[in-house]
Design a protein around this ligand. Structure first.
Ligand code: MF3
Ligand code: CO
Ligand code: CO
Length: 293
C-alpha cells in the first residue's frame, strides 16, 4: 500500500504527497478529483444534490433511532422495537435498507444486538431486562438515498464492565470523528480507535468494517476500525460511516450457524457499538446522523 512519503507511482521521483496525491485537481489539465477517486478506489465523491439527499436520509435515520431507543425498556421485546421502527419508516415515506438485504435475506427492519452480540442481531421475542446493553442500528432509504446510524441503550442498572464497554465504543467513535478532514488517511481512523480502545482495556473487532454509504447501502471504501495501512486520503464529498465494535474480551466474532447473521463475541463477553454517517467537507466534516432536538 502506497503511503504519503513513498515515491509517486508515476516514476517522477517526487514523493507521492507532492505529486499525484489526489487532494485537488490543482488546475492542471487532467482527471477531476471525482474521476481520480472513482478510478483508483471506486469511491463516489457526492454532488451537492446527492449530499442533500443523503443528509435528509441520515436525519431521518437519526430521528427513528432516537425514538426506538426511547422505547427500549425492560419488558419490551426486540420485535416490538422493530414493529415501531417499521411504522416510523412508513410514516416518513421511507424504507428500511436492512429488510431483505443480503443472503440469506435479513428479515427485519432494524438490527438489535444484545450484550455479547457484536452486530447484525435479528429482532425476535427476546424480552429486554434490567442490566442488558442493546445496540439498535437503523438504516433508512429516503428518495433513494441512505443514512446509517446506531446507538447503545442501557436497560436500567448494569455492571461496571458493561458501562465501560458502552462508553469505550462511544469515545472510540467520537475520537475518530474528531480527526476527519480532507487529506487525513483512512488508516488514521483505525489508529484513533485503537488508541482510544486501549485506554479502556477493550479490544477492537476486525471482522466487520465501516463503509461508504449514501447512494448505496455499502459503498467503497471499506473503513477498518483496527490498525491498518489503507492510505486513501479523505476528500470533500466523501460520505461514509464509522461504527467501531468494541469488546470487553477477545476481538474475535463468531457468526450464528443457524441464522447466518448474528455475530457474537467468541468468549461471550459484552460488546458495544455506535455508528454515525459522516460527510467530509472542504474544511472538516459534518455528522449527518446527529439527531436534531
Ligand atoms: N446497518 C448495518 C451497518 O452498519 C448493516 C446491517 S446489514 C443487515 O452496516 F442486513 F444486517 F441488516
Ligand atoms: Co454501517
Ligand atoms: Co448501521
Amino acid at each position: 500500500m502506497i503511503s504519503r512519503n513513498d515515491p509517486c507511482w508515476c516514476n517522477s521521483g517526487a514523493k507521492w504527497k507532492k505529486c499525484h496525491f489526489p487532494l485537488q485537481a490543482s488546475g492542471r489539465a487532467g482527471p477531476s478529483l471525482q474521476e481520480q477517486y472513482a478510478k483508483q478506489w471506486g469511491i463516489l465523491l457526492k454532488t451537492p444534490e446527492q449530499i442533500d439527499g443523503i443528509r435528509r436520509a441520515s436525519q431521518l435515520s437519526a430521528t427513528i433511532l432516537k425514538k426506538v431507543c426511547l422505547m427500549a425498556q425492560a419488558g419490551i421485546t426486540t420485535n416490538q422495537l422493530d414493529a415501531y421502527a417499521v411504522k416510523l419508516y412508513q410514516d416518513a415515506g421511507a424504507i428500511a435498507a436492512t429488510l431483505g438485504y443480503g443472503s440469506p435475506p435479513f428479515s427485519k427492519s432494524i438490527c438489535t444486538s444484545l450484550n455479547e452480540v457484536i452486530c447484525h442481531g435479528i429482532p425476535d421475542e427476546t424480552i429486554l431486562k434490567e442490566g442488558d446493553i442493546l445496540n439498535i442500528d437503523v438504516t433508512a432509504i429516503l428518495d433513494g438515498y441512505y443514512g446509517d446510524c446506531s446507538a447503545m441503550v442501557i436497560i436500567g442498572k448494569t455492571s461496571e464492565e458493561k458501562k465501560r464497554v458502552v462508553k469505550a465504543a462511544y469515545d472510540c467513535l467520537m475520537s475518530a470523528i474528531a480527526i476527519l478532514k480532507p487529506g487525513v488517511l483512512i488508516y488514521e481512523i483505525g489508529d484513533a480507535i485503537e488508541s482510544c480502545a486501549e485506554k479502556y482495556h477493550c479490544s477492537v473487532v476486525h471482522q466487520f468494517v465501516a463503509h461508504g454509504v449514501g447512494v448505496h447501502f455499502h459503498e467503497a471504501p471499506q473503513v477498518p476500525h483496527h490498525a491498518n495501512r489503507l492510505a486513501i486520503p479523505l476528500a470533500a464529498g466523501m460520505t461514509f460511516t464509522i461504527e467501531p465494535m468494541i469488546n470487553i474480551g477477545v476481538p474475535e466474532a463468531v457468526i450464528d450457524s443457524n441464522d447466518h447473521w448474528t455475530a457474537r463475541t467468541a468468549d461471550g463477553k459484552p460488546s458495544a457499538q455506535w455508528e454515525h454517517t459522516l460527510l467530509i467537507t472542504d474544511t472538516g466534516h459534518e455528522i449527518l446522523t446527529q439527531p436534531q432536538d
